[in-house]
Design a protein around this ligand. Sequence first.
Ligand SMILES: Cc1ncc(COP(=O)(O)O)c(C=O)c1O
Length: 425
Amino acid sequence: MKPDLLQRRERALGPAYRLFYDQPVHLVRGEGAWLFDAAGKRYLDCYNNVASVGHCHPHVVGALSRQAATLNTHTRYLHENVIAYAERLSATLPDELSVCMFVCTGTEANDLAVRIARAVTGNDGILVTEDAYHGNSTTVYQMSTEEYPAAERPGWLEAVEAPCSYRGRFRDPGPASALEFAGLLGPAIERLADRGHRPAMFLTDNIYSSNGVLTPAPEYLAEAYRRVRAAGGLAVADEVQSGLCRLGDHYWGFQDAGVVPDIVTMGKPLGDGHPLAAVVTTPAIAERFARKHHYFNTFGGNPVSAAVGLAVLDVIEREDLLKNVHDTGAGLADGLRGLMARHALIGDVRGKGLFYGVEIVRDRETREPAADQAARVREHLRENGVLLGTSGPGNNVIKIRPPLVFNREHAALLLEALDLALGSL
Ligand SMILES: Cc1ncc(COP(=O)(O)O)c(C=O)c1O
């Protein structure tokens, strides 16, 4: 790293930004599941879901460059790309979800979902889970219970405990506790009513990434959706983390629960690093929204972004990435559970496909979070050329979420390095 880069960064970007790692990593190049720093050191990327089909995939870069060299405008002119992309993206979803509206970030997608839900239901209340992150606009940041101060929550917002059967109030991982967690929506809807609000929507990140990765039984979403709809609200799936094959059985996380949301929001992985995000809904909801509002987003759905989105879908199909996620993920899950048998520090392993949370605890009985140990594991791995993160309310969950091209050899390298890091504590 150039010695003055940190100081220049601080001056130029200000103090609100954060860097990963005690010794920040200065990356200059990426290829597939690998990243390279300025000194030429190679890192296995076990963290970045944005580079979904691998860093700088040649098919995506080629599509981007060709379209950028031809034309870039916006959705107020006719263009084949955006229509073809909307058609192909909705073909990955249940039939009802066939209308796409394009934005540039997950935040914008969730913000638009709020506007749509409020316009269509006539209600303004929003239900989310505790410790969630949904984005950074004024409204969506207030809904990001992980970061927004609980004491300053607006009256239209209610949060329910996330369905964590390891730390939560219901501790059996089966359907009974999933139903009990979903039942918490009842009192939350009543609390909204006490303040004069009815629910417009219930929003969940379907892998609960900021809760330290949760995979509740399918009954959770089914019952939660039933309850919010009965109260006049829409069911909204935030698939920014759990979407685009990440969980290994379907393209979208909510499909694991066998439910169909009214609105799906998506972002990060759609553009393999290019800012491309979307809201997908039903024709009936889109039509009711359009009665009250026009929609335009200067950069959302431009021909270059759409070319990128199409190229990402090509790669997923050609390289059979859903199957890769499923198969590599199964091996990785086994390997992580094997590590749990060897290291008492691991209290729990959760997740599926290529998204795992490895919970680090001081004591398996008390489940006391060990954030400092988790941080030491993260730093040890970085030294050994493996990048991953820590997350969760106690910041003690090792977060593993590599590009979808992560294969068995990559998984073996990760498991070996993780074993070494845990053994070093
Ligand atoms: C579940 C979830 N939703 C929404 C967002 C916001 O996406 P963006 O950072 O693209 O605005 C994030 C970002 O981390 C997220 O994890």
